[in-house]
Design a protein around this ligand. Structure first.
Ligand SMILES: [Zn+2]
Length: 267
């Protein structure tokens, strides 16, 4: 059994990497919020990441999801069914999760670039962790409304450990959400802004995923403009290493690169 791969990026913020995908644990006291949950084949690694912080899955107050693609929803049903963990996301993403809508990227588009060795290797790995299974998340719920009973400022934060602030970044999927951790200066960007992916050129830099993964690439580009306004200096993407620098600069870099996507990168 392999060791869990993770590191701390800020006070009480820990990033873990499964099969070419990241998830994040946010700690507050003895409780945790999990952002995303890997592939289904990463489920054991998700549990191990929780235990690596000296906590148990019962200490999860909730999972919050960036979006309901199979590389981010893998452990959700297990965490809900075994430990009663609530599964929250933007209301626009719930149909993707419960399976009434399917906005996942096209396998045919991936097939067209399988001749590239990195893509072929990645494709073989993800098939092994559940890429070909269509898994739904029947217990997906929209974010709870803050009950206004506490005396904390109304900053749009969820009343969960680490007080993550959802930032709507639709495009990759209709309800794609990034999460800002204002006090830690961290933006968890999911697939709205990544720093590496087997289907991208082999550099580590802020980038949009290829358009064939997106439900609406024009909207994904507009989401980068939203992220330009976010005040944080650590980018934790859904795919690729953590990137240090102002999020506005990361978004600009990705916007610039998106304008120069070569024909070679298009499927
Ligand atoms: Zn992804």
């Amino acid at each position: 059994m392999s060791e869990v791969r993770g590191h701390q990026v800020a006070d009480d913020v820990f990033v873990f990497t499964g099969t070419a995908v990241n998830w994040v644990l946010i700690r507050e006291g003895s409780e945790l919020t999990l952002v995303d949950a890997g592939w289904r084949g990463d489920t054991e690694q998700v549990e191990r990441s929780i235990r690596s912080l000296g906590r148990d899955p019962q200490d999860l107050r909730a999972v919050v999801l960036t979006h309901a693609h199979a590389d981010h929803t893998g452990a959700l049903n297990h965490l809900h069914d075994s430990y009663g963990v609530p599964l929250y996301m933007d209301s626009a993403e719930v149909p993707n999760a419960v399976g009434t809508v399917d906005e996942s990227g096209g396998p045919l588009d991936i097939a067209k670039i399988l001749y590239r060795p990195r893509v072929a290797l990645w494709a073989a790995q993800i098939v092994g962790v559940g890429a070909l299974r269509h898994v739904t998340v029947p217990d997906a719920q929209p974010f709870p409304q803050d009950d206004g009973q506490d005396d904390r400022p109304d900053d749009g934060a969820l009343d969960l450990p680490g007080r993550p602030v959802p930032v709507a970044t639709p495009g990759h999927t209709s309800g794609h959400t990034s999460y800002l951790l204002p006090s830690a200066g961290v933006l968890i960007s999911g697939d709205a802004l990544v720093t590496a992916h087997p289907t991208l050129p082999d550099v580590v830099a802020p980038r949009l995923l290829p358009g064939f993964f997106s439900n609406d690439q024009d909207s994904a580009v507009r989401a980068l403009s939203t992220l330009r306004t976010v005040d944080a200096d650590t980018l934790v993407p859904g795919h690729g290493p953590t990137w240090d620098g102002p999020i506005s600069r990361a978004a600009d870099e990705a916007l610039e690169a998106a304008e120069h996507v070569s024909e070679e990168e298009r499927p």
